[in-house]
Design a protein around this ligand. Sequence first.
Ligand SMILES: Nc1ncnc2c1ncn2[C@@H]1O[C@H](COP(=O)(O)OP(=O)(O)OP(=O)(O)O)[C@@H](O)[C@H]1O
Ligand SMILES: [Mg+2]
Length: 265
Amino acid sequence: MTALEISGLAKEYVDSYSGDRVTAIGEVTFTVEEGEFVSILGPSGCGKTTVLNIIAGFVEQTAGTVKVGGRVVDGPGPDRGVVFQNHALFPWKTVLGNAAFGLRMKGIPAARRREIALEHLELVGLAGFENRYPHELSGGMRQRLGVARVLANEPAVMLMDEPFASIDAQTRRKLQEDLTRVFELRRPTVFFVTHDIDEAVFLSDRVVVLSRRPSRVREIVTVDLPRPRDWQGTTALPEFREIANHITALLSEGGDREGPELTAA
Ligand SMILES: Nc1ncnc2c1ncn2[C@@H]1O[C@H](COP(=O)(O)OP(=O)(O)OP(=O)(O)O)[C@@H](O)[C@H]1O
Ligand SMILES: [Mg+2]
């Protein structure tokens, strides 16, 4: 079953200062199947965040459609859960209160909310921290909480925009491995934005590679590496390097370079 269907998506922004039109997304089409992990990669400013924000319903597209579970979406909804780069947690709520927030909105009774939230905190490695407040957590722990909160709601699609970008390299590696473990255990449908090629290949079943602005899909690369994956073992596979090199080549072939050949597209 197709969980997420993006077809003919385009977005033109009008700059609020200059009034200039910016074509952020030229034409983007792809799907994400149920239980699939799909990443989107592309040069800075090619519209990755814009694609995610349109899927989330925060930004309206200029053309094209987004379908979740076969239904056209035209605004935010509980069927899409977003893990933000800078956490977006409630500072006045405890870790448990944050994890249970969406469940409360769904009208689930208190005892059951607590049970579900605790289960998901444990899943992401936050057992024992339920009574802390977000400011008492490290950046990596806040991202874990963001993941727990979204997963607890069982959205049809989980959306993540560079969730580990502002986290030190060592912690990031651990978060990538733990996200993979959680994914392999629960099989949520994930749409993940990144500009890190190794991260995209390690995490994903498929990688959508965009050109520079106005962006188009250059290629959708299948990552046929065995699961369960672990960073050391998986990145040491010759196939891993081949795929990563292929994507690097795609991005440098014009995708990541200023040049008239792509702006004329
Ligand atoms: N609200 C806005 N108004 C006008 N232009 C915008 C707006 N948001 C984004 N843009 C422009 O649209 C283009 C795509 O932006 P977007 O943030 O989607 O790119 P990105 O691929 O996520 O970049 P990065 O890799 O740096 O995060 C950029 O040129 C950006 O300046
Ligand atoms: Mg972005």
